[in-house]
Write a new protein. Structure first.
Length: 132
């Protein structure tokens, strides 16, 4: 029985996610004392710029020119996740330290982002999709 090839894509996404998270956390904690929970958006935006570059080039290995709407889809996904995590962070901040709330909102945000990136943002172009 042939072995099914395991994709390295989730591992690459996780590695990029760690770098995004580091960028996000650094910006967040530098700004949180100045602008409060809105620092979530600034941190997330910095991580998003890092994310787009590395996920496009490495995780999903897209060397082709951008597909029509790819950047728009990427921004929609990341804006949606940013808004959801900001709302959740604001709610959780009422019950726990902000650092704990930040950690808790990051994990589901990353999972949602991966799924949407895989199936919608960096989907193969029609010419790359194998025939069935």
């Amino acid at each position: 029985m042939p072995q099914k090839k395991v994709s390295a894509r989730p591992l690459r996404f996780a590695i990029v996610g760690v770098s995004n998270t580091l960028v996000d956390f650094i910006v967040f904690f530098l700004l949180e004392g100045l602008i409060g929970p809105i620092a979530q958006i600034a941190g997330y935006a910095a991580g998003t710029a890092n994310s787009y570059y590395w996920n496009r080039r490495w995780t999903f290995k897209t060397d082709q020119p951008r597909q029509k709407g790819e950047l728009t889809r990427f921004l929609i996904v990341n804006l949606t996740v940013a808004l959801l995590t900001t709302a959740l962070l604001t709610l959780l901040d009422l019950f726990m330290p902000v650092w704990a709330a930040k950690v808790l909102v990051t994990v589901p945000g990353m999972a949602l982002n991966y799924v949407l990136s895989k199936v919608w943002v960096f989907r193969p172009a029609a010419s790359e999709t194998p025939n069935r």
